[in-house]
Design a protein around this ligand. Structure first.
Ligand SMILES: Nc1ncnc2c1ncn2[C@@H]1O[C@H](COP(=O)(O)OP(=O)(O)OP(=O)(O)O)[C@@H](O)[C@H]1O
Length: 478
């Protein structure tokens, strides 16, 4: 046994190991910048593993275990699910095993250069994570999901964790507002979108919000909607998956540790309350379905399908006004420009004026006042099977505004929602459907009755406005 290595990062390294599973047999391992190539004695073909699929290694004495999660054969669609694959080698001594573990880890980490103004980061290794689990999220399985599926992968990737099970609403928000954040490199949220909303708003309520909101977040789906987890799966160009396969992809991303900037919306409600949103501001049909289907939480994502069919059967029309800042409008960022902010924390809303003043004259008004829904979103997905803004990106600096006007037939609305499963709804021209890209918008309902939601959480129904804050937060992505 032995090895040939010139120590230069990226140049191929050759190692001669014992095969721990077949006594007396050898395996020659070649590690290049992108691949691990294994030639076992007695076999003609080589095993070739891509380091992009590797999440880490462990060393026990002389033995080295390397963990890969490539997309593999699965049922019913081949190639859409990751499979766990462990390669084990017995080195000459523990020093050689440790050196190989270090080389495999280093070559499996892929830093990204800055692109289109986006600065990417990498989690440190080893890494310290706070894992927040909502035991009530979705169908109530989040804690067992952590113990049965997530924990093992964190250990394989050398992520040390502190587990915190939330015991009531706002537990995570209070913790994020007051905790000493430097003890963790990342905050992992295993829940639905509700807990992410709490974490972001807790961080933004701190006096040191500017640094706090830069703490990387990782999203593992454990709720009924899982909009951000599904969107990140999509941005990472993984095949569209739900349930366990979505969890596996998101945990894989956490183990790879690539950090991307994320836009957040600052939302001001009628009472002057300011919230930070990573997902959506919604009024009308979609928020009705979201809130009215909450009692069906135990059936998971199917609650939205049932809720949609129920609301379609008794379609409502809402009266209100929508105005938005056209994307091409020139933004005045001079010190004398109007800058508006309601709370003490958070960046100034430079594009907005107070809700009791008319919108600026260069904003556009939507003429119709009879509406079925208004939806301003920052992510592609609103649920695992619900692609609302297919063009959205994590940090495009854009709010994707969808307005459906009254007069749309039930069958056209049903087709619209069915097409959202694939995200093809905006390809069909329908005069009742407006899709607008903007940086700020205002919605003024004529009545305070009805549901209005921010990231799926109910807020007071009344005039509301939002502006995007480009790259305010950071999240694990692919
Ligand atoms: N231990 C707890 N008991 C009751 N509620 C909790 C607890 N921990 C957190 N919560 C609250 O549960 C609410 C719903 O959680 P979450 O959004 O994570 O799950 P979900 O509603 O099933 O998922 P989604 O938002 O994706 O539909 C959140 O508003 C959160 O504040």
């Amino acid at each position: 046994m032995g090895e040939q290595a010139d120590g230069e990062f990226g140049t191929p390294v050759l190692g001669d190991f014992d095969d721990p599973l077949r006594s007396g047999r050898r395996c020659v391992v070649t590690l290049s910048a992108r691949e691990m190539n294994v030639q076992r004695s007695g076999y003609q073909s080589r095993e070739v593993m891509q380091l992009v699929d590797c999440i880490g290694c462990q060393v026990t004495g002389h033995e080295l275990s390397v963990y890969f999660y490539p997309f593999g054969k699965s049922w019913p669609q081949a190639g859409t699910a990751r499979q766990r694959l462990v390669l084990r080698f017995k080195a000459e001594n523990d020093e050689m095993a440790r050196r190989w573990a270090w080389m495999v880890r280093e070559r499996s980490r892929h830093e990204l250069p800055a692109q289109d103004g986006c600065r990417y980061g990498l989690l440190p290794q080893p890494c310290r994570a706070l894992v927040l689990v909502n035991p009530q999220g979705g169908s109530g399985q989040a804690l067992s999901i952590f113990h049965n599926q997530v924990k093992k992968m964190l250990m394989e990737a050398d992520i040390q964790y502190t587990l915190l099970v939330t015991d009531k609403q706002n537990h995570a928000r209070d913790l994020m507002r007051t905790a000493e954040l430097s003890q963790w490199d990342i905050v992992v949220i295993l829940s639905g979108d509700g807990l992410i909303f709490e974490v972001i708003n807790g961080l933004m309520e701190r006096a040191d919000w500017r640094d706090a909101i830069q703490k990387p977040l990782a999203i593992l789906p454990g709720g009924s909607g899982n909009a951000l987890a599904s969107s990140i799966n999509n941005y990472s160009r993984f095949p569209p998956v739900t349930g366990n396969n979505l969890l596996l992809n998101c945990t894989f991303l956490l183990c790879k540790g690539l950090i991307s900037p994320m836009d957040l919306m600052s939302v001001t409600t009628v009472s002057g309350h300011r919230l930070f949103s990573f997902l959506s501001v919604s009024w009308g049909f979609v928020s009705d379905v979201d809130i009215e289907s909450e009692r069906l939480r135990l059936i998971g994502g199917a609650r939205f399908t049932l809720g949609t069919l129920w609301r379609l059967a008794s379609l409502r029309v809402y009266r209100g006004k929508v105005a938005y800042l056209p994307l091409e409008a020139k933004i005045d960022s001079s010190p004398n420009s109007q800058q508006f902010t309601t709370g003490t924390n958070g960046p100034k809303d430079t594009l907005l004026v107070p809700l009791d003043q008319p919108v600026p004259s260069h904003w556009t008004l939507v003429e119709e006042e009879e509406l079925v829904l208004v939806l301003g979103v920052c992510q592609t997905h609103l649920g695992e099977d619900f692609i609302c803004a297919p063009a959205a990106l994590l940090s495009d600096g854009i709010i994707h505004l969808i307005v459906v006007k009254a007069g749309i037939s039930r069958s056209a609305l049903l087709s619209l929602f069915l097409a959202m499963e694939k995200g093809t709804h905006l390809q069909v021209q329908n005069p009742h459907v407006l899709y607008i890209q903007t940086r700020a918008f205002r919605l003024v309902p004529h009545s305070t009755k009805g549901y209005m939601t921010v990231d799926g959480e109910r807020v007071e129904c009344g005039p509301i406005q939002a502006q995007v804050h480009h790259q305010l937060g950071r999240v694990i992505s692919g």
